[in-house]
Design a protein around this ligand. Structure first.
Ligand code: 13P
Ligand code: SF4
Length: 368
């Protein structure tokens, strides 16, 4: 069924003007802990040591670019050992990060779950800030680093903790589900979190006739189409996925009726109507591994198509895709810098973290 209602900052007369989400908190780099910069020269030794890694990405990184990346990749992998660190990377990270330095890759749910199993004392989160915050929530005693804390998210930026309190006042007793693409401050105000992998399951787990689902209006619309629970949504959107248009997909299909189209549920409904499959980034990747389509359009972030093509070169990827500018703030250079200086360290107020953690753990503890 369609969503029951949709609200945004302009729908609350008493909302303070100009209220914006709290900026991510990070501690300054600990200069006393800094290690010296290693040599980043392209040598025979570097070429030999990184040859197995180049095999993984040779279909998506031209040979001429590898000498520019390989010395930094080698230095990062050595520093990870020296620091006792683990690198978590979202599926939207560039192939040289995802395939060559990450220890664990995946979608938001997989990264949140893997974060609970990490033994290393230091986590370097290659993804956006809300992902690093989630890792910190689940690993309060570990050092969680994000190579660039400006890596935000238009969804996380669309809503504040105070907005959630206003929604609760307007709809007393209605449970609130927050997509993990939110700040810890918002997670602290809600009943449970979800990701795009488990959103319908989480909504139905509440056994309520109506649920407030925030902040993504399009994911809310998708969830509403899959359940009888009434959904009240928030006017947030992903700046990357909202730009796709159903008509461009229709044109692609007219040009080649055999093309397969798969899309992320953060896309608008006219886009999802054209898709052969809709799912989280991990579900999309599994779909491609299983179906092995000849020609494929992945309606999501561009690096994910590159990461899949690195693994499955026989699948021909057609555009369009869109780049997430926030994800692209993470680079080999700032990952190296992060490991050298132990910056930027994600911090969350302990009392707020306690409440936010509960919402994430409730999601993780849901039985499949
Ligand atoms: P996934 O949970 O599907 O990995 O999506 C996260 C995200 O930010 C998509 O834009
Ligand atoms: Fe946020 Fe969209 Fe970027 Fe995902 S792709 S991190 S939802 S802005």
């Amino acid at each position: 069924m369609p969503i029951t209602g949709i609200y945004g900052p302009d729908d609350f007369a008493g909302r303070p003007q100009g209220q914006t989400p709290t900026l991510p908190r990070t501690a300054p780099a600990r200069t006393e802990a800094a290690l010296p910069m290693p040599s980043l020269e392209w040598t025979d030794e570097v070429e030999h040591a990184t040859a197995p890694l180049y095999e993984r990405v040779k279909h998506v990184i031209p040979p001429i670019e590898w000498p520019l990346m390989a010395p930094t990749i080698k230095a990062i992998n050595e520093l990870k050992q020296a620091r006792g660190a683990v690198i978590l990377a979202h599926n939207y990270q560039a192939p040289e990060i995802f395939h060559c330095v990450a220890d664990i890759g995946g979608d938001s749910l997989q990264l949140a779950v893997e974060a609970t199993k990490v033994k290393a004392g230091i986590i370097v989160q290659c993804g956006v800030h809300f992902m690093a915050e989630t890792s910190k929530l689940l690993n309060p005693d570990k050092t969680v680093l994000i190579p660039d804390s400006r890596a935000g998210c238009s969804l996380a930026a669309s809503i504040t903790g105070a907005d959630v309190r206003l929604l609760r006042e307007r709809f007393p007793g209605v449970p609130v589900v927050a997509y993990v693409n939110t700040s810890a401050e918002v997670k602290a105000e809600v009943d449970i979190c979800c990701t795009s992998s488990n959103a319908v399951q989480v909504v139905e787990s509440l056994n309520a006739p109506t649920v407030i689902f925030l902040p993504d209006r399009y994911l809310a619309t998708y969830v509403a189409s899959k359940t009888d629970v009434k959904i009240i949504a928030w006017k947030g959107a992903c700046e990357v996925h909202e730009r796709f248009k159903g008509e461009e997909l229709r044109a692609l299909r007219e040009a080649d009726p055999s093309v397969q189209i798969i899309a992320h549920p953060e896309c608008p409904p006219d886009v999802l109507a054209e898709a052969d499959f809709t799912g989280s980034t991990a579900h999309m990747i599994n779909w491609v591994r299983e179906k092995r389509p000849r020609r494929l359009v992945m309606i999501t972030e561009c690096s994910m198509a590159d990461n899949v093509r690195a693994e499955l070169p026989d699948v021909e990827m057609l555009r369009p895709c869109n780049l997430c500018p926030h994800m692209k703030r993470i680079t080999l250079s700032n990952i190296l810098e992060s490991l050298l200086t132990l910056g930027e360290e994600v911090t969350i107020d302990p009392a707020l973290a306690e409440r936010a953690r509960r919402s994430v753990e409730r999601m993780i503890n849901l039985k499949n």
